[in-house]
Structure formats: structure tokens, C-alpha cells
Design a binder for this molecule. Structure first.
Ligand code: HEM
Length: 173
């Protein structure tokens, strides 16, 4: 395992631990109100995750236009790496842990809308993984995706976000 993979694994474990302690603490201190507090925390985590998932491909578009080895290109590498590690990765872990706890508490696993939401959230996590790989390739000056293609990728998280919000709020089935 590389050093950055180890750091990512440690960060994920720490976020999980903090989330677990916060959930148990909320249940003990708040009782039945814990559900709404945890739902609020879920929405905050989702906003952070989506902000990063919408901004990262925009950085890739600008990065494509920066000549390899230029100061601009090196600055984009730092911005992309920090956005991924400090915001996007922990926000995704939190969104999943809190969301699954909410679903388990309410018994949503047998609902159609929730299973459709799970499929969309899984696709979004796959896109997240692809973007994380792109951050690594950009950092090694090995990106082969064009700015035009990144513009198209930029729309994928947007479409998934709209579907997920409609599914969870309208619950059409
Ligand atoms: C990562 C996996 C996810 C899981 C397991 C999950 C699960 C849940 C659950 C069970 C609820 C509570 C629903 C209720 O009681 O009304 C909820 C609320 C919510 N989720 Fe997620 N969610 C996930 C990801 C997302 C994503 C990616 C978005 C948006 C892009 C999102 C947006 C929301 C919103 C806006 C609410 C509040 C809905 C309301 O109060 O009416 N979730 N989520």
C-alpha cells in the first residue's frame, strides 16, 4: 500500500469512528430527536460532497489548458488533491454512514424510492472513485481526458443529484 493510500485509509477510519461516536452520543443525549439531528448532519455532509463533486471536474477543465510543468499546473494539483482529501472523501464517508443509519432506523430498505436512491448514490460513489483516479493521474501528468470530455463528466454528478433529491423528497414509488 502506498503512503497516500495509507493516509486515506487512516482518514476514512477516523471519520467513521467520529461519526459512530457522534451517532451514539446523539441517541443517548437527544433520544427520539436524534433522527432529525442526524438527518440534518446527513444533508450538511451531502452539500459538502456535492460541492466538491461539482467543483473538481471544473478544476480538471482548467487544468487541461495549463501546460505540463507550469506553475499554474502545479497549483491545480495542490487544489485538486486538497479538495479530494479534505472535503470530498470525508463528506462521502459521512453521507453513507449517516444515510444508512437513517434508512436502518426507519426500515426503508424495502421501499422502491429508497432502493432507487441507493442505486444512484452507488453510481455517484463510482464517479467519485473515477475522479479520485483522475486527481492521481493529473498529479503524475498522465491525464489523457480532454477539456471537452471533462465538461461532459461535469454534468454526471448534477444529473444524479437531481434524481436523488426527487427520489428522497417526492418518493414517486
Ligand atoms: C450515500 C448514500 C445515501 C444514503 C444511504 C441516504 C439515505 C437517506 C435517508 C434514509 C434519508 C432520510 C429520509 C427521510 O426520513 O425522510 C435521507 C435524507 C436525505 N437525503 Fe440521503 N442518502 C444518501 C445520499 C444522498 C445524496 C447523494 C443526496 C443528494 C445529492 C441525498 C439527499 C438527501 C436529502 C435532501 C434528504 C432529506 C430529505 C427530507 O428530509 O425530506 N442523500 N437520505
Amino acid at each position: 500500500m502506498t503512503d497516500s493510500a495509507k493516509t486515506a485509509a487512516v482518514r476514512a477510519a477516523v471519520s467513521l469512528l467520529i461519526t459512530g461516536v457522534a451517532i451514539v452520543g446523539a441517541m443517548v443525549i437527544l433520544g427520539p430527536a436524534a433522527y432529525l439531528w442526524i438527518k440534518a448532519a446527513h444533508v450538511v455532509a451531502i452539500i459538502s460532497w456535492m460541492a466538491g463533486m461539482l467543483y473538481l471536474p471544473r478544476l480538471f477543465i482548467y487544468h487541461c489548458d495549463a501546460p505540463k510543468g507550469s506553475e499554474q499546473s502545479e497549483t491545480f494539483k495542490v487544489m485538486e488533491g486538497r479538495l479530494l482529501r479534505i472535503i470530498i472523501n470525508p463528506a462521502m464517508v459521512l453521507s453513507w454512514v449517516l444515510g444508512l443509519w437513517l434508512a436502518w432506523t426507519m426500515g426503508y430498505f424495502s421501499s422502491g424510492w429508497f432502493n432507487a436512491k441507493l442505486v444512484c448514490a452507488t453510481l455517484l460513489s463510482g464517479v467519485h472513485g473515477y475522479f479520485a483516479g483522475a486527481v492521481r493521474r493529473f498529479s503524475e501528468d498522465r491525464n489523457t481526458v480532454t477539456a471537452r470530455q471533462w465538461r461532459m463528466w461535469n454534468e454526471v454528478p448534477t444529473v444524479l443529484m437531481i434524481l436523488i433529491v426527487v427520489l428522497v423528497i417526492v418518493r414517486p414509488f
